[in-house]
Ligand binder design. Structure first.
Ligand code: URA
Length: 223
């Protein structure tokens, strides 16, 4: 992931060169939102993200999908990025994958959707539902990190490979990390499969269900 980030920084420097810069003291990271400069409350953060034009996804989006749910949720889900239904409604996980996620929350965790918080790595739809590029993911990541800082969940479940990779900067395949309980300074991370993957591969549901049951137990233990 470090290599990927370096390659990305190099790409941004080449871009500046093409624009005519011979010297710059702009660090490529200056092109990403600075977490320290982001609002310290979710509503103002939402307003800022809704006006974001820092990457190309802003050109084709219809609505920014900031995230929704309990601002004090103990459990947070992080997906990859909005699909067509999310782009037209401005709400995360409301298409077919979202219906499955809602059933997972209600039928396995015995929670209501409103009790958890649901967000994505990127807040705008990648055209054609492609995987977000590293530039898009790293540009948007500070918004997600600020959401996590403000909500302070005890547990985060990442849904699928992209969410795990960009939240953790770890490129271990999802098949190897899913179901593990990863201790971080501020929360426990439990990666699992993406609901879209489960729709295509129903036989993997039993593993995802087991991951959810682990989370249910952790929530009960940690109040
Ligand atoms: N897939 C995601 O990763 N996020 C959504 O919001 C919807 C589908």
């Amino acid at each position: 992931m470090k290599n990927l980030h370096n390659a990305l920084q190099l790409k941004q420097l080449y871009l500046l060169k093409q624009m005519g810069y011979r010297y710059t003291d702009i660090k490529p990271s200056d092109l990403e939102p600075d977490p320290a400069q982001l609002p310290n409350d979710l509503e103002n953060l939402r307003k800022m993200v809704e006006k974001c034009h820092l990457c190309d996804l802003s050109k084709s989006r219809h609505k920014v999908v900031f995230g929704e749910g309990n601002p004090h949720a103990k459990l947070m889900f992080v997906g990859e990025g909005p699909g067509a239904t999310e782009d037209s409604t401005g709400r995360p996980f409301v298409g077919r994958a979202g219906e499955l996620l809602t059933r997972m929350i209600e039928n396995v965790l015995y929670l209501r959707r409103e009790q958890v918080y649901i967000a994505n790595i990127v807040k705008c739809r990648p055209p054609g539902n492609r995987v977000p590029t590293p530039t898009e993911a790293f540009t948007c990541r500070p918004y997600l990190l600020k959401q996590i800082e403000l909500i302070r969940p005890k547990i985060i479940m990442t849904l699928g490979a992209t969410a795990y990779r960009y939240l953790t900067n770890d490129e271990t395949p999802i098949s190897r990390v899913r179901g593990h309980i990863i201790h971080t300074d501020n929360y426990l991370l439990v990666p699992t499969f993406h609901p879209s993957y489960l729709l295509r591969n129903p036989s993997a549901k039993k593993e995802a269900w087991a991951d959810l049951l682990k989370v249910k137990e952790l929530l009960e233990k940690r109040g």
